[in-house]
Design a protein around this ligand. Structure first.
Ligand code: NAD
Length: 483
């Protein structure tokens, strides 16, 4: 098969926080995979920048070890690793200090794309943006990539946007949400807007409800004190689940370009109705044989922070009138699974006598652990025995068609390549982030005002019983969480 990898333009990518967990676990192994695929130009360079004193050789050794620890089959490619490491450099810089900036400026080349990945705590974003300008390292063409969390409420997100805007135009700012880099998320748009089949049915006339689940088996061990300040709403719903909801619910953009797509997503967020307290269930996992309780993990015996959240919401527009969106996410659940399910309405009338089962078409989009899509359709059970109906999944995953040499890039790889290409479609715009906080803030403030106590749930389950009731009350049920 002819390679479909199109090399990006030559670049200098500076990773602030280049020695951190995210850089070692995701960003650099991902860049190595893109290097191996032939997508990086021969002269492309990656410059790690962090506080530790280190030279290029020390940094290359650190990344060699990171690839050995976090890479998959590419870690066997010794020659490839050596060639990739040649592309790496390191500068010791303290975001709050003055040392190292001149060295960085001297290292940067003219005539190549300049990108700066802020893989550091958000409290350093402002200082980095300011110093990049002060030292004339960034210009009007440079790009910056910022990690989550983007604020912890509307006020802090606005402040962060304002700080970045002092030095960078919105067209230069890439706010990353790695869910948007997943192959299946883009496939969702291809399915909706590249087929005549689905769009006519994509509305309240044919869709009964939508479920979005992001379930994790891990708890918050090791990062409990950090997590305890955010909780599932801030950590998952305001960003990842909200983005998935937008892609499912948005109107067809007139073109597939960054601002047109993001305009449509923004309209969805703005049309979200306020959520009433009885439409939300918060939970906290209990201790089990496999691990401590949430409160032990968080080292906070009186914590009221949620490790699980389920809620029902509505989008106030013509397309989605009266169609509930149920979303849930949690830690220490029974399986690691992320899925969007579009559940179509029951048949109005069945011509098949004796068939009393409820047959429903369900489009299921899986994001984790494996990416894929299937459409549940009703067919005749094969063989003799009359007209017996059975529901079967129609597999709509085309990964096999890509062939063994065409492994899809992971989310971080794809998004970093988009930064170099200058394509912002899969990144959140500042007004989207603010609108998402404007919707979540009153919900969180309501919990705080009421001293809302999360319901306990057994680890390894689908969350608290009340979350089941949230759907049962409406005569519906959650889909099983399967790994
Ligand atoms: P980390 O603590 O492992 O690494 C932080 C990095 O920042 C280190 O390289 C450190 O040297 C550098 N640093 C700290 N203070 C600095 C300063 N004053 N000047 C220059 N460099 C400094 O953190 P991480 O897990 O890699 O996360 C980085 C960012 O990415 C955070 O904003 C985090 O919220 C976000 N993030 C991380 C993950 C993840 O899986 N680790 C996932 C999503 C988002």
């Amino acid at each position: 098969m002819v390679s479909r990898v199109i090399p990006v333009d030559n670049f200098d990518l500076v990773i602030f926080g280049g020695t951190g967990d995210l850089a070692r676990r995701k960003i650099l192994p991902g860049l190595f995979r893109r290097f191996r695929s032939g997508q990086l130009p021969a002269e492309a360079r990656v410059i790690g920048a962090a506080r530790s004193e280190m030279d290029d050789a020390g940094y290359r050794q650190m990344i060699r070890e990171a690839i050995a620890e976090f890479g998959s089959e590419e870690k066997e490619d010794a020659d490839g690793i050596d060639a990739f490491l040649e592309r790496l450099h390191y500068v010791a810089i303290d975001a709050m200090g003055e040392g190292g900036w001149k060295q960085l400026r001297d290292l940067m080349r003219d005539g190549v794309v300049r990108a700066f990945y802020f893989s550091v705590a958000p409290s350093l974003f402002g200082a980095l943006a300011e110093r990049l300008h002060e030292h004339r390292i960034a210009d009007g063409e440079s790009r910056i990539v910022v990690e989550k969390p983007f604020g912890r409420d509307l006020a802090s997100a606005k402040a962060l946007n304002a700080t970045l805007a002092e030095h960078f135009d919105e067209s230069q700012i890439y706010r990353i949400d790695h869910y948007l880099g997943k192959e299946t998320v883009q496939n969702l748009m291809a399915t909706r807007f590249g087929n005549v089949l689905f769009e006519p049915l994509w509305n309240s006339h044919y869709i009964d409800h939508i479920q979005i689940t992001v379930a994790e088996t891990v708890g918050v061990t090791g990062r409990g004190s950090y997590y305890d300040k955010s909780g599932a709403m801030r950590d998952m719903v305001q960003n990842h689940l909200m983005q998935l909801l937008c892609l499912i619910a948005m109107e067809p953009p007139s073109t597939y370009d960054a601002d047109t797509v993001r305009d449509e997503k923004l309209k969805v967020i703005r049309a979200l109705q306020p959520v009433e307290p009885h439409q939300v269930v918060r939970g906290q996992y209990e201790a089990s044989q496999d691990g401590p309780s949430y409160r032990e993990d968080a080292e906070n015996p009186r914590s009221f922070t949620e490790s699980f959240l389920a809620l029902k919401c509505h989008i106030a527009n013509w397309r989605w009138a009266k169609v509930p969106f149920y979303i849930r996410t949690g830690k220490r659940m029974k399986a690691r699974s992320s899925e969007i399910a579009v559940v179509f309405k029951d048949l109005g009338h069945s011509i098949f006598e004796g068939d009393t089962a409820r047959h429903r078409n369900i489009l299921s989009i899986q994001l984790q652990p494996n990416e894929g899509m299937d459409l549940q359709v009703t067919i005749k059970e094969p063989g003799p025995g009359g007209m017996r109906l059975v529901d079967v999944p129609l597999d709509m995953t085309f990964a096999d068609a890509l062939g063994p040499d065409q492994e899809a890039p992971d989310a971080y790889e794809r998004l970093i390549m988009d930064v170099i290409r200058g394509n912002q479609t899969l990144f959140m715009r500042g007004d989207e982030v603010e609108a998402a906080w404007a919707w979540t803030d009153p919900i969180i403030e309501g919990w705080e005002a009421r001293n809302d106590v999360p319901k306990l749930y057994e680890a390894g389950t689908a969350g608290p019983e009340d979350a089941m009731m949230l759907m049962h009350r409406d005569g519906r049920r959650w889909r099983e969480i399967k790994g």
